[in-house]
Ligand binder design. Structure first.
Ligand code: PBG
Length: 337
């Protein structure tokens, strides 16, 4: 009877599995901060993608770790960049798998910020000697006196993001997912795609992305911790729900097809609002800190890992998400079989 009256059902069709592709060859290296996840070089990633497809998971989300970083993140739109190579390799091996790419500069910029930093905020003003992550950790711990959040050049960044998205699509990406939180980037990407004849590519916008301390393990995994300051000048204040609705509305107006709320668990109310307010597909990102907290508690013998995983994923679905981006996707898919 429980089965018959159940209101929410979780399916493998709901999942997108994130993968990290790193420049190089013959590489499959465990990521220390992210249990059961690896850095793959483009020549090794297709095997993993095929395994994901065999589990019935419909899509992967690709993050790239380039060989070189610079102030503008120019490896991000290189035809021979790790993500561009990985897309081609996966398409050849697992053609049925949908490829989503993360569009953001933070893994590609020497500053570790999601956009280019305004010149006025450069030398002399910001303490460039601060080692990656150090300043952020201080701010996350609530102590005062961190570096102020730097000013990104919003419009210049939008242009670069459009170039990046276009190069992913030219390599064969099916969906581009801007995660930078610049204003107007969805429109810039949509225009770039339309002008170049890519009328069928979908945009999954990280529409309501909060400046969260739950991204910690990811920044190690993607080597994308800001070298100074934090991301509060472009990511949202976790205290704001009405603003989240407005951000989602703007992205839909600019041409987003799917909107995302991120992180998921501390923001289930935002997922619910998005579901009730908009009739488009809603996605939620069960982020790295949420994932590793579950593993840490299970390692400590405090919770039943699999049971809590299924409860967490079901709660995200029940809140209103149609799509869940999660590092649990493979384990959950195996259990759902
Ligand atoms: C890039 C990006 C981040 C995540 C996804 N895309 C990190 C950030 O904004 O700092 C986080 C994913 C996770 O924590 O699992 N901007």
């Amino acid at each position: 009877m429980r089965r018959m009256v159940r209101e929410t059902s979780l399916s493998v069709d709901d999942f997108i599995y994130p993968l990290f592709v790193r420049a190089g060859e013959g590489l499959k290296k465990p990521i220390g901060s992210l249990r059961d996840c690896f850095h793959f070089s483009p020549d090794r990633i297709a095997d993993e993608a095929a395994e994901v497809a065999d589990l019935g998971i419909p899509a992967v989300l690709l993050f790239g770790l380039p060989a070189q970083k610079d102030e503008r993140g120019s490896e991000a739109w290189s035809e021979s960049g790790p993500v561009q190579q990985a897309i081609r390799a996966i398409k050849e091996r697992a053609a049925e798998l949908l490829i989503v790419t993360d569009v953001c500069l933070c893994e590609y910029t020497s500053t570790g910020h999601c956009g280019v930093i305004k010149a006025s905020c450069g030398e002399g003003i910001l303490p460039l000697h601060v080692s990656p992550g150090q300043d952020e950790a201080k701010m996350a711990s609530g102590r005062k006196g961190g570096t102020p959040s730097p000013q990104v050049d919003n419009d210049a960044t939008c242009e670069l993001l459009a170039k990046m998205a276009l190069s992913h699509v030219q390599a064969g990406a099916d969906i581009v997912a801007p995660s930078d939180m610049m204003d107007g980037r969805v429109r810039a990407i949509r225009q770039a795609l339309e002008c170049n004849g890519f009328h069928d590519v979908a945009i999954l916008s990280y529409a309501a992305k909060f400046a969260s301390a739950f991204y910690g393990p990811f920044r190690d995994a993607a080597e994308s911790a800001p070298a100074f300051g934090d991301r509060k000048s472009y990511q949202m204040d976790p205290a704001n729900a009405r603003e989240a609705v407005r951000e989602i509305e703007l992205d839909l107006d600019e041409g987003a097809d799917i909107v995302m709320v991120k992180p998921a668990l501390s923001f289930l109310d935002i997922i619910r609002r998005a579901r009730e307010r908009f009739d488009c597909p809603v996605a939620a990102y069960n982020v790295s800190g949420e994932y590793m907290m579950l593993h840490a508690a299970a390692d400590a013998g405090l919770i039943d890992r699999d049971a809590v995983m299924m409860e967490v994923l079901t709660s995200i679905k029940r809140a209103g998400a149609d799509i869940i981006l999660t590092y649990h996707a493979k384990a959950a898919a195996a259990m759902l079989r």
